[in-house]
Ligand binder design. Structure first.
Ligand code: ADP
Ligand code: UDP
Length: 255
């Protein structure tokens, strides 16, 4: 399956999207990176290639573990052919540790933390937790399951199905990382509907754009060393070097 017939459709924040056939798309992973709802932007050499290779790796691992995904193949190091889906208008976040917006919302007095979690970056969340945010609004905002059901974005049964699938994805990735020097702190996934109504994993998964990965040795010494987009959000390191370090670490133990 080649990329020669492709027709440009649109550009997201990190990927360009092309139509490949009636029922498949091509994602071109670019070097673009954004944070804070697109307010902070930059480009980093090789970012697209590293991210595409990491996403491809995790899609294969998940498929091998029975998770249905849209992944078909990567015809070049920066492109991925996927099944075209009707994207579910909800982003799904899984958290194993306190970080990012969870801590900010707690500090703003908007939420209580799950039982057993401390209000400190890196505090473990016993059993993990799931959250949902909007997907197609100007700014992503947390949504509860009542709103998701009342807006008919998902029904109760589908929420349960996606919760179980996301929990399983967390287990598979965490298990795969068990022998590496990396902790999966949290991640975001998207799902979409196929033409026959099946809901499957979409977008990208397991990449440093959509996950928080921490160095395990440092974490055990009480220091959080990010191997993900937090280095860009916080201006705490070079993104390409950080993504390459994650990639090399994954390759060494897993790929
Ligand atoms: P964003 O600007 O939303 O961060 P990206 O730059 O990652 O997006 O571009 C990918 C876009 O393609 C996203 O809007 C995502 O929801 C959408 N998408 C992901 N997988 C599929 C799919 N299989 N079919 C249709 N659209 C998809
Ligand atoms: N995330 C993402 N896209 C989004 C929002 C979050 O990929 O639009 C990821 C983010 O990289 C992190 C996890 O989901 O791994 C949880 O993000 P959080 O809600 O803490 O928001 P952040 O502070 O990262 O914006």
């Amino acid at each position: 399956m080649g990329t020669e017939k492709r027709t440009y459709i649109s550009s997201g924040k990190a990927k360009d999207i092309y139509e490949n056939s009636n029922d498949t798309l091509i994602f071109e992973f670019t070097d673009r990176v954004t944070a804070f709802d697109g307010k902070k932007k930059s480009e980093y050499h090789d970012k697209g290639k590293i991210t595409c290779e990491i996403a491809e790796y995790w899609f294969k691992v998940l498929e091998n573990n029975g998770i249905p995904t849209h992944y078909i193949e990567c015809p070049t190091p920066t492109s991925m052919i996927v099944k075209k889906l009707d994207i579910v208008p909800v982003e799904v976040i899984w958290r194993n540790y306190v970080a990012g917006s969870l801590l900010r919302r707690y500090e703003a007095g908007d939420i209580v933390l799950p039982e057993g979690a401390e209000p400190k970056e890196g505090s473990p969340i016993p059993g993990g937790m799931i959250e949902f945010t909007t997907k197609f609004e100007a700014v992503d905002r947390p949504v509860n399951t009542d709103e998701i059901i009342s807006k008919e974005w998902l029904n109760e049964e589908e929420i349960k199905y996606l919760t179980d699938l996301t929990k399983r994805i967390n287990q598979i990735i965490s298990q795969e990382l068990a022998d590496s020097d990396i902790i999966l702190a949290d991640f975001k996934v998207e799902y979409g509907r196929t033409s026959n109504g099946e809901i499957i994993l979409a977008d990208e998964v397991g990449t440093p754009d959509g996950c928080r990965f921490w160095n395990k040795d440092d974490f055990e010494k009480g220091v959080i060393t990010s191997l993900d987009k937090d280095v860009f959000r916080k201006d705490s390191g070079d993104l390409t070097l950080t993504y390459r370090k994650l990639y090399n670490n994954l390759k060494k133990t897993n790929m």
